[in-house]
Design a protein around this ligand. Structure first.
Ligand SMILES: [Zn+2]
Length: 473
């Protein structure tokens, strides 16, 4: 026991010595704040065109401010369309520059924006968290690995012979991917006013790039004023709007919404939600509105992060999942098998074999009295997108390629232009000769008249002009 303790304390001394070298080299010791900026690319996490494709890529200008004492970070990005034709989500197609700011505090959910995942933030966090030391081969060289726990999350930082942090890895909880790796690499260190800072930062989450920035400006100890974000996740809430006999639009928060269709012996829920909690309140509401009938089928519209987070809850419920055949490997191999140790969900505690119906083009649920037709829509947003149609009631349930946010949005097409995503929906409706009267868009608050779609399609179908930076890929 004494031997083990002395071994551990010797290792702690070794780790601390390495961190002292790193802090000195980076100029981290007296660094209170930093501001840096550059250009490059951002990518929308879990918004890929196919489950096995990289996330959609955008040209971006990027600026970040960090207050190390308060553990606050503010990242500002301005994105423009990089891919032509547009492929995937992330609010594509982007016709105008889209600006966003993300503020992270120590109370925020653990993720890629955490201050401890930057070189200077890592040294500071590791020093106060009983770091351990090891070594790993990374890309042909042996690096010193300093590890610590940030709460329940492991953080590994890789230090090279020049005492510079080359790579930081951690894992976060994701409702679809489970324990999800976040790997950030730092290269091209240069001296900026006495502080060593990387001129290239690349981050990957879940195996695909989310950020790739060439840093050109760094200001150590800049005067930064970051407002801590207002806390708390949006609670899951559902408010059922009756649509017609046995059909409800399940509005609520967080967005997007689901739809409930009652059959003679069972209920069907469409749309897998952005969180497990939202999926569970939808299911509870379905059981209240359609008592004594099982939720036998669940229609999963596509694999995106805001539309598949409740998928595992539907498996735990025992529903058969109706989804596009393209999702087979991703759902069976990754979503159902990845470990969910960081945030165990319902299925973790209640394992159940999953049942799927893999749709190629069309699938029909019918009990004689009611029919629900499920169709694949070939479009740029997601290669596996399904829409659902009630022919007798003339109601179409559609996700992401037609929305009603009730107000203009910054990335709406300029007047006279039509998004190719919308146009794909119009083409598919015409091709199938569907007599749609009302549309239930998943994003939004309510059912709308089909006229709204046909009005939106008056104009020239055109993707955004890709800016010059996009051509230098
Ligand atoms: Zn989507």
């Amino acid at each position: 026991m004494a031997l083990a303790l002395s071994g551990a304390s010797a290792a702690l001394q070794d780790a601390t010595a390495v961190l002292n070298d790193v802090a000195r080299t980076l100029g981290a010791t007296d660094l209170k704040t930093i501001q840096y900026a550059g250009t490059g690319f951002t990518y929308s996490f879990a918004q890929n065109y196919r489950p096995d494709a990289p996330y959609p890529k955008f040209n971006a200008t990027y600026a970040r401010a960090i207050d190390f004492d308060r553990g606050l970070s503010r990242e500002e990005t301005a994105r423009t369309q990089a891919e032509n034709p547009p492929r995937g989500g992330g609010n594509q197609p982007i016709y105008r520059e889209a600006r966003a700011a993300v503020v992270v505090s120590p109370a925020s959910p653990w993720g890629g924006g955490a201050v401890a995942l930057t070189p200077h933030g890592f040294v500071r966090a590791a020093m106060g968290a009983s770091p351990t030391i090891g070594s790993r081969r990374v890309g042909g060289s042996t690096l010193t690995m300093i590890s610590f726990m940030a709460g329940q999350y492991r953080v590994n930082g890789y230090v090279n012979a020049q005492h510079l942090v080359e790579r930081i890895e951690t894992w976060t909880a994701n409702p679809i991917l489970g324990d999800t790796p976040i790997v950030t690499t730092f290269s091209g260190y240069r001296n900026f006013g006495g502080v060593q800072f990387p001129t290239r930062i690349v981050q990957e989450q879940g195996g695909y790039a989310t950020l790739d920035v060439a840093v050109s400006e760094v200001t150590p100890n800049a005067a930064v004023a970051i407002q801590a974000p207002a806390g708390g996740a949006q609670p899951a809430r559902v408010e059922a709007q009756p649509v017609t006999d046995g059909v409800w639009y399940l509005a609520g928060t967080p967005d997007p919404n689901s739809q409930l269709v009652e059959f003679r012996d069972y209920a069907v829920l469409i749309e897998s939600s952005v969180t497990e909690a939202r999926a569970l309140v939808n299911m509870a509401e379905a059981k209240r509105l359609v008592p004594n009938k099982p939720i036998r089928y669940h229609v999963n519209t596509h694999h995106h992060g805001d539309h598949a987070a409740g998928l595992r809850a539907y498996v735990a419920e025992g529903a058969t999942i109706i989804t596009h055949e393209m999702n087979r490997r991703f759902y069976e191999h990754d979503v159902l098998r990845n470990p969910h140790t960081l945030a165990p969900d319902l299925l973790t505690g209640r394992p159940k074999p999953a049942r799927f119906i893999w749709v190629k083009d069309t699938y029909v649920l019918s009990d004689g009295a009611r029919t629900l037709e499920i169709y694949h829509v070939d479009n740029g947003h997601a290669a596996n997108l399904l829409m659902s149609y009630l022919p007798k009631e003339k109601i179409l349930f559609v996700t992401d390629i037609f929305n009603d946010f009730g107000e203009p949005r910054p990335n709406d097409p300029p007047p006279g232009l039509v998004s190719p995503y919308y146009a794909a929906l119009g083409s598919r409706i015409r091709q199938l000769k569907l007599d749609v009267e009302r549309i239930a868009p998943s994003h939004g608050r309510r059912m709308v008249s089909a006229d709204m779609l046909w009005r939106a399609l008056q104009g020239t179908v055109q993707a955004p002009v890709v800016s010059a930076a996009g051509s230098r890929q």
